[in-house]
Design a protein around this ligand. Structure first.
Ligand code: NBX
Length: 824
């Protein structure tokens, strides 16, 4: 990095200089005058202006990082669900007030520009959003770190509804240009695929030579990751695939020009689209290409450009931890072995000793079907050398198991990295666990179940390897930015230290008993609801009452999360009212808000969406309800919408079957914004309830041991259906076709059967307890003072769920890296 004075004098923070920069960007960047500028011109100019202020700090951070050579964390993740960038960058750079003032004076409407931003949806859900929160906290905590991932040209699909059914549209997030990325084609690295291996010449133990048969170039796109007002700007490096010159040569030589151009497209397909499946890996070749593509580029980048040329790789464990965000980047393990043994000429044992000290693995699931496996056939074809390396790792590992548990061949088969059934395949979670020096789950219960069940054999062999880091969310985006009203109130009460030290929210506890504080808290919640109502109307044409209880269930659509149980609650209320069992004036006015995307190939999930929309349409159109119940299912729930919904919610639905949701992070966002939770004893709900207290949380349902026990004994949904008249009535009403224009087949029949015949997630077993919990919700909500006291206590007691705390735990329990303070 060249030591020079940064081109933009970014240090003076005045309205005048900001205005100058903005107009300069408009004129010279966009080539327009303010009078003639489109909103998009202004958005781009504003974004670049803000970016300039951060650039100086960014270069400084990079210079310091290179100079200090401090231990670095590389967060390897196939997904970063970033959300909108502009506001967050302005906040971090402390430019929000200056920008506001400057734009106001110019007559530019900041809200209009903000609304133009298209969020980079480079993730499916919780796992990808967690990665985005973590890089925010890494920067804010001054940890030398870099995020590595893929710059998908199309992110998670844009969901639309046609006649209530989900229809996926491509997410063209780059169509208006992305001012937040800086491409560096000159730093492209090559990534190889296919071919075969031959004997190596070096003579070191374990070496072979890989003769690949095709290559692509990986072009880095850098994104700034600003810490909150601490002068640090870290880097997120996302890789984009481009055809190499090899392809050009083919084109030049090929008789079939068109065919040759198609070969280019083949290479560039690698970073074309994010796979929209979560929790159900599809085993598609292109997905493995994506994984190896970004991992190989990232390792090379770190080893060849971040480290000095003369760095002794034996010291690698002092310089880096590669944190594996689930198994998607695990192919990094054989890749590092290949580099050390085949390229650098190390003996196998030396290479393995280093490799075992630089990777740590975070698991995000408990569902067996979500554990990634790659068929040996496919892996061997795409990455023949890596498969050989995996085989040798496995051979030595199996020796170790045999030595530790002599005669226990069943155990050996269970633990092997290679599965034999139903086909020979590599179990990526086993590879990650064998190679990683630490393995962590994402909430206490999850980590315990990992060690007791999913990876039990491994935990017996290496108990010290297993640890927990409970997830967290960034308070900058999900409180400070999303909820300016509440943020102001908190800051007025306890100062603004909470933004980077969220445990300070404890200081609000006494104010839960202060009637005036509660009144103001309620006022803010009410204003947030009105704002959310405005957003829904403008965004989706959905009309909701500004003052009803906002009851929110937002998360990917999956059977284990049990959106259908929520639906049964709604149908049961409707059945009760229409049959006269429940007097209308006894019904708490509620708006049920759903947000959920289904994986395009997940039929049952799509049927559930169609059914929620059908029930919603019927209820919303029924005048006899006098608007007391309303179902709002805005399409395409994303980070942008979350930032408007979360501050408006009264009730947070976290109703997965106990033992299935690894953690959840939406649950944390809602609690921090003063929603109460109705939830099972699952994932991080357990920790939320412990912190806020039983009296401020609506617990229901089986515990994990109870659920496991029932499942083992044999769950009989029919018995619940027959013995609970209210449940029967709700299910029968659903099956009758009243919600689907008389249609009793299709989604109706399918969901009915899935709930009443064989449901792995045992929704009916928790129905009674869920309905009782909802009655307690209604009773509690009727007492506004008591409810807002609970809501304030939820805010005050959930500071633990800051991703800053998660990152501190990773530092203490896993990384052994230290924050490095910048000169400010
Ligand atoms: O990770 C989620 C868990 O389900 C949540 O409980 C947890 O809070 C969150 C963060 O730890 N897992 C998740 O989001 N998985 C995926 O998105 C996923 C994506 C692709 C894939 C498999 C899983 N092939």
């Amino acid at each position: 990095m060249i030591e020079n004075t940064p081109p933009v004098a970014a240090r003076e923070h005045t309205v005048e200089s900001f205005t100058r920069e903005f107009l300069r960007e408009l004129n010279f960047g966009q080539g327009v005058d303010l009078d003639r500028a489109s909103a998009n011109d202004k958005y781009l100019a504003l974004s670049r202006t803000v970016r300039h202020y951060l650039t100086t700090r960014w270069l400084e951070t990079l210079r310091n990082q290179y100079r200090d050579q401090a231990k670095t964390v590389a967060y390897l993740s196939a997904e970063f669900l970033l959300g909108p960038q502009l506001e967050n960058a302005m906040l971090a750079a402390d430019l929000d007030e200056i920008a506001n003032e400057s734009l106001r004076a110019l007559g530019v409407d900041l809200d209009e520009l903000r609304a133009l931003e298209i969020e980079p949806g480079l993730g499916n859900g919780g796992l990808g959003r967690l990665a985005a929160c973590f890089i925010d906290s890494l920067a804010t905590l001054n940890v030398p770190s870099v995020g590595y991932g893929i710059r998908y040209e199309y992110g998670i699909f844009r969901q639309t509804f046609e006649d209530g059914a989900q229809v996926e549209k491509p997410d063209t997030w780059l169509r208006l240009g992305s001012p937040w990325e800086l491409p560096h084609p000159e730093h492209a690295v090559e990534v190889s695929f296919g071919g075969h291996t031959v004997e190596a010449e070096g003579g070191n133990d374990g070496a072979r030579t890989w003769v690949p048969d095709w290559r692509v170039a990986a072009v880095p796109y850098n994104y700034m990751v600003p810490g909150y007002r601490n002068g640090r700007v870290n880097t997120l490096r996302l890789w984009s695939a481009r055809a190499t010159h090899e392809f050009d040569l083919q084109i030049f030589n090929a008789g079939d020009y068109a065919e040759a151009v198609r070969a280019r497209t083949f290479a560039e397909n690698i970073s074309k689209v994010l796979y929209p499946e979560d929790s159900t890996p599809q085993g598609k070749e292109l997905r493995l290409q994506q994984q190896y593509f970004f991992v190989a580029a990232s390792l090379r980048d770190f080893l060849e450009t971040v480290l000095p040329a003369d760095f002794d790789l034996h010291r690698l464990p002092d310089r880096i931890t590669w944190q594996l965000n689930d198994t998607h980047p695990v192919i990094a393990v054989p890749e590092l072995m290949r580099i050390l043994v085949d390229e650098r000429g190390w003996d196998w044992a030396d290479a393995w000793a280093v490799t075992q000290k630089v990777f740590a693995y975070t698991c995000h699931t408990l569902l067996p079907e979500a554990l990634e496996v790659w068929s040996v056939d496919l892996l061997g074809r795409l990455l023949p050398r890596h498969l050989e390396i995996i085989y040798r790792i496995n051979e030595e590992f199996i020796e170790e198991v045999r030595a530790a548990f002599p005669g226990d061949e069943l155990r050996v088969r269970r633990m092997s990295i290679i599965a034999e059934q139903p086909e020979r395949a590599v179990r990526m979670a086993h590879l990650a666990t064998v190679a990683g020096f630490k393995v962590n789950g994402v909430a206490e219960l999850h980590s315990q179940l990992l060690a007791d069940k999913v990876l039990h054999d491994f935990a017996q062999m290496w108990p010290g390897k297993f640890t927990n880091v409970t997830n967290g969310v960034t308070p900058r985006r999900f409180v400070r930015l999303a909820n300016p009203g509440l943020s102001g109130l908190i800051t007025e009460a306890i100062g603004d230290g909470w933004i980077t030290d969220l445990e300070q929210l404890r200081g609000l506890e006494p104010l839960a008993d202060d009637a005036e504080f509660r009144r103001r808290f309620r006022e803010i919640k009410a204003a947030n609801k009105r704002h959310f109502a405005d957003v829904l109307l403008a965004r989706d044409g959905i009309e909701i009452a500004g003052d009803a209880m906002v009851d929110a269930m937002v998360k990917r659509l999956h059977e284990y999360k049990r959106q259908s149980l929520k639906l049964l609650h709604i149908v049961s209320l409707y059945e009760g009212i229409t049959s006269g069992r429940i007097p209308l004036d006894a019904v708490t006015p509620r708006t049920f808000v759903f947000g959920a995307k289904a994986a395009p190939g997940y039929v049952r999930a799509k049927e559930t969406i169609a059914l929620i929309n059908a029930v919603g349409a019927t209820i919303n159109a029924d005048a006899s309800l006098q608007g007391r119940l309303k179902v709002a299912f805005p399409a395409n729930y994303n980070v942008t919408l979350a930032e408007d919904l979360v501050p408006a919610a009264d009730l947070s639905e976290q109703i997965s079957l106990a033992g299935k949701e690894a953690s959840g992070t939406g649950n944390m966002k809602f609690a921090l914004n003063g929603a109460l939770t109705v939830g099972t004893d699952d994932g991080a709900n357990v920790e939320i309830r412990k912190l806020v207290g039983d009296e401020n949380f609506f617990l229901f349902g089986m515990t994990e041991p109870e659920a496991a026990d029932l499942s083992a004994r044999g769950y009989d949904p029919g018995a619940y259906y027959e013995s609970d008249p209210q449940l029967k009535a709700a299910l029968d009403l659903l099956a009758s076709g009243v919600f689907t224009g008389g249609e009793r087949g299709g989604a109706v029949a399918s969901i009915f059967a899935s709930l009443t015949e064989r449901d792995r997630f045992m929704a009916l077993a928790d129905f009674r307890s869920y309905m009782d919990a909802q009655s307690r919700v209604d009773a509690a909500y009727a007492d506004h003072e008591a409810w807002s006291r609970s809501a304030v206590l939820n805010v005050a007691r959930t500071g633990f769920f800051s991703s800053d705390r998660s990152i501190q735990d990773y530092l203490d329990r896993i990384w052994g890296a230290r924050p490095v303070t910048q000169n400010r």
